[in-house]
Design a protein around this ligand. Sequence first.
Ligand SMILES: NC(=O)c1ccc[n+]([C@@H]2O[C@H](COP(=O)([O-])OP(=O)(O)OC[C@H]3O[C@@H](n4cnc5c(N)ncnc54)[C@H](OP(=O)(O)O)[C@@H]3O)[C@@H](O)[C@H]2O)c1
Length: 248
Amino acid sequence: MNIFITGGTTGIGLALAKLYLEEGHRVGICARNLSKFPVEIRNKYKQLSCYEVDVTNREELHKAVTHFAPVELDMIIANAGRSVGAKSKTPMFSVANEIIDINVKGVLNTFDIALEIMLPRKKGHLVATASVAGFMGLPGAGAYSASKAAVLKLCESYSLDLKRHGINVSAIAPGFIDTPLTQKNNHKMPFLMSAEKAAKLIKRALEKKKVLYVFPFRMKIVVSILDKMPRSLYRMLMNLKFLNYSEE
Ligand SMILES: NC(=O)c1ccc[n+]([C@@H]2O[C@H](COP(=O)([O-])OP(=O)(O)OC[C@H]3O[C@@H](n4cnc5c(N)ncnc54)[C@H](OP(=O)(O)O)[C@@H]3O)[C@@H](O)[C@H]2O)c1
């Protein structure tokens, strides 16, 4: 398969790239700073292509994806994303704008470009890394929650729209995964999972063409309870001191 992964230099994207490379697939990855990508992997796999590209720049991303797979693109994983960093009770709108640009517009750019290649063949798989944070408005992470909620809804809609064109769409909603993104967190991260284990689970879900995959299983249970409970109860819970974060 020809597989392109945005945000493939570290964390979940890197673990996925390694898995697919080990199986002999052609893999293209991109990120803004390729020096984060392990040199030994770059030297080991001849079927790997790396592009220094920002997903918010449609033109740059278009050049990279069409260079990697001008005609046959089997799967694209819109995985590039950023989180809040230090949480704040005062909304930080410059950070919020950046989060929306990367996490939402970046996914739109990625899918737009991939579809240009996939639609004529009536074949392909669009994947986006959302998050369990997209199921509820998390305190201190409004823009991140909103960005991931948008990704979940976009994928649900596109999975309905694109099925007739032979295109599968999947949204992946991980809980806490041990990556540079979460290593900055100073709050508790229940059910924390390694990026390698996460990548294996994601790959298996993608083989089954799941439209939505929420994991780890215990986090899925917690999130479905939080998502379905009356919002007044949810707000009460989130205001409890032991569940809250202190402002930095
Ligand atoms: N870790 C978790 O617990 C967790 C949970 C749920 C969802 N997720 C989601 O999973 C995805 C991957 O996160 P991760 O945890 O693996 O984080 P990570 O290790 O920080 O990886 C993020 C990747 O995205 C790239 N990236 C960031 N902004 C970019 C941009 N504008 N253009 C191109 N590439 C960009 C980064 O490289 P550069 O900075 O060099 O560009 C890096 O390769 C994200 O969408 C994240 O929201 C993570």
